[in-house]
Design a binder for this molecule. Structure first.
Ligand code: GLA
Ligand code: GLA
Length: 685
């Protein structure tokens, strides 16, 4: 299945994108489930939301049995009244389609819509996500309820946008899913012989005579081509599922209403870049399950979500204190809920919505964080969230029309992540950990990283880092070569350029189709159970988990690092090389260096790219986020640490809101600061 390229997408999108600009520059609000409460209570709830400073509510996702109490019988009168009441309290409304929670009559009358797991077990009613993403009948029901909602609210000025479904999730292995899989493979490969060739099915007598013979499997002892294509299939099916509803809504609704779907962090289920190509907005649900935020790791989450559309996004859900779905549901410390809100905004969120307003008296999530208790009065977290809303109102004019500045880019590839996860070769080669190991120093030293897909426009970034671009196609390699020759610096990490998009090994050694550009190749790779020493121009340190020996093949290849004495094979061999090509440079690092080395290396890369942080010498606890646009430059500062800091702000910086007093940012304090001059920001974007 050919998905449109980023360029094709950009060509057809501007109209909707411009219209999808937020009505209020910063939406602050909550998930509210009026269907769970007596109507007489609604005005009190909404008055309290107003008191919290909220301007936005998200409604209706999960309320299918209320909206369509019997097959084909719709009741929206209650929702009309809920929207009217919300509007009267000054709230803009986001409507969710309820398709994550189909009603019991449907499960009973049409059991074929129910999801079947990989072991053949059919889901039951009573949870959520119990439908098959491949069921045509389910698709019909889902698009019909979306259409009915859009007919009613699609031209309603009080409704600003739509969320399709909720955290689209697990695939299904039912008969319809299998049939779709076969059609998908046929569309992808055209002829069965092409599939046989790309999957190398001469191996273990896997040769297929026709598509119908190909099993639908997500894991286990299967061909790597099949397993990676399973991910492509799941992506295509979920994209199609979401687009069916998006299309139903757009057919009726005013284009001013945006369409999104809320996603989960680092979710491996489908390719999120593909999912967002035809959505107006990216939105996600940010949870800190153990209540112990690692700010750099969470920053990477936000930057990835921003990268889905390379635009600002919505934080559709975040926790008021704690979750209820891990072994120890520790609450965030006092002040951290506010820190996390400002982190999101600094990274490009134009909305922060809490999940949820008040916990239902019964139902699976009684222990989850909420703003009100079962008694209907505020929990202690209420005041902290109200402060977020007050600060947001004060900062909104300054932040309106601004986006995060990105001085360098990192490439994230779902194919690469999946292919490595399917065959880690070393238990600890976690592709997300490996990605964030590089992200951490790059982000803290530059204070401005964009995470983008491999087909993004890279021209504006002097430095592009791909920590492990394991799967790469020839067209992608060609585009990266153009970037390098044109003056960019491309840095590749270990395992790069090893596979193609059918998960087959490239017949050239790593980095495969980029080996000629590099003028060097990986001779051999080794999984390490003990660290190997590294020495060179980046200083001395250690490689762990993974080590590749690199063989320079051109005279102008410069060796940056070599291994010290280790297993005999590595001893003295190059571990990192670099080469000038055209106006730019390509660098290959064949190991997983320790933290100190990665930091030294990141600093060198940023110096060479002439990228400097906007706040120099920032403490490790200080997060600095710059947003710019419309002639404005704004810094969002968060002190994630336990001691006060005195950041060195650019000349002319003016506090807009927050805790900065006489240049001091207290422990766990936040500040929004306006900077003079827009020239630098414009050229950075
Ligand atoms: C066994 C099998 C071989 C091969 C090797 C790999 O010995 O017989 O086909 O899979 O393991 O170690
Ligand atoms: C997800 C869901 C919400 C809720 C929260 C609880 O994000 O979208 O409906 O279940 O988790 O953390």
């Amino acid at each position: 299945m050919a998905l449109p390229s980023a360029a094709q997408q950009a060509a057809r999108e501007p109209a909707r994108a411009a219209l999808a600009a937020p009505k209020v520059p910063l939406a602050i609000g909550v998930s509210w489930y009026p269907e769970q409460w007596p109507e007489a209570r609604w005005v009190t709830d909404l008055a309290m939301m107003k008191q919290a400073g909220f301007n936005t509510v998200r409604l209706a996702e999960f309320a299918w049995s209320r909206m369509e109490p019997g097959e084909g019988t719709f009741d929206f009168a209650w929702l009309d009244r809920a929207i009217a009441a919300a509007n009267a309290a000054g709230m803009q409304v986001v409507l969710g389609t309820p398709t994550a929670a189909p009603p019991a009559w449907m499960s009973q009358s049409y059991p074929e819509i129910l999801r079947v797991d990989e072991n053949g077990m059919r889901a039951e009613h009573g949870g959520r996500r119990h439908f098959s993403f491949a069921s045509a009948r389910y698709r019909t029901f889902a698009t019909r309820v979306a259409t009915e909602m859009a007919k009613r609210y699609g031209r309603d000025a009080r409704v600003i946008g739509w969320q399709i479904d909720n955290e689209v999730g697990p695939p299904s292995f039912d008969a319809e899913a299998q049939a779709r899989w076969h059609t998908f493979l046929e569309q992808r490969y055209g002829a069965i012989d092409e599939l046989n060739r790309r999957w190398t099915t001469q191996y273990w007598s896997q040769h297929y005579d026709n598509f119908a013979q190909v099993p639908l499997r997500a894991g286990g002892q299967h061909n790597p081509g099949l397993l990676l294509d399973f991910k492509h299939f799941v992506t295509a099916t979920w994209v199609d599922y979401v687009q069916a509803q998006a299309g139903a809504i757009r057919a009726v609704a005013d284009p001013r209403q945006w369409v999104t779907t809320n996603t989960m962090f680092w979710n491996a289920g489908f390719d999120h870049f593909a999912m967002h190509r035809d959505l107006d907005l990216a939105s996600w649900d940010n949870y800190i399950p153990d209540g112990r935020p690692d700010w750099l790791a969470n920053a990477a989450n936000h930057d990835l979500v921003r990268g889905y559309k390379q635009r600002n996004f919505w934080l559709m859900e975040t926790q008021p204190g704690r979750v209820d779905w891990v072994p120890v549901n520790r609450a965030l410390d006092r002040g951290q809920t506010r820190e996390l809100a400002w982190q999101a905004i600094g990274h490009g969120a134009d909305a922060v919505l809490y999940w949820q307003w008040r916990s239902a008296l019964n139902g699976q999530e009684q222990y989850h964080g909420a703003m009100l208790g079962a008694d209907g009065t505020p929990y202690p977290i209420f005041d902290e969230i109200a402060q977020v809303a007050r600060d947001a109102a004060a900062a909104a004019p300054a932040l309106a029309g601004t986006e995060p500045v990105g001085k360098i880019a990192m490439l994230f590839s779902y194919d690469s992540r999946w292919a490595i996860d399917l065959q880690r070769h070393h238990r600890d080669f976690d592709p997300i950990k490996q990605f964030t190991a590089w992200y951490r120093p790059l982000r803290s030293l530059s204070q401005a990283v964009h995470i983008v897909p491999v087909d993004a426009d890279l021209k504006r970034y002097p430095l592009v880092v791909a920590p492990s671009l394991h799967v790469i196609t020839k067209p992608e390699a060609d585009r990266l070569a153009v970037y390098v020759r044109g003056g960019g610096h491309l840095v590749l990490g270990p395992r790069s350029g090893m596979k193609d998009d059918a998960n087959a090994l490239w017949p050239q050694r790593q980095p495969g189709p980029l080996a000629d550009l590099l003028g060097a190749r990986v001779d051999q790779y080794y999984a390490l159970d003990a660290a190997a020493p590294l020495t060179g121009t980046l200083g001395s340190g250690e490689a762990s988990i993974w080590a590749e020996t690199i063989e320079p093949r051109m005279k102008d290849v410069e060796v940056l690092e070599r291994y010290g004495p280790s297993n005999g094979w590595l001893d003295g061999k190059p571990a990192a090389v670099t080469r000038r090509v055209g106006k730019g440079r390509i660098t290959y690092v064949g190991a997983w260096p320790d933290e100190v080395m990665l930091r030294t290396f990141a600093q060198r890369l940023l110096d060479e790219a002439k990228v400097a942080p906007v706040v120099p010498d920032a403490s490790a606890a200080l997060e600095v986020m710059e947003r710019a646009g419309g002639g404005k430059r704004v810094l969002v500062l968060v002190n994630h640490g336990d001691t006060p800091l005195r950041p060195t702000l650019p000349a002319g910086a003016k506090p807009v809101t927050g805790d900065l007093r006489d240049g001091v940012l207290p422990a766990h304090g936040i500040a929004v600061v306006a900077l003079p001059g827009a020239q630098t920001a414009a050229s950075n974007r």
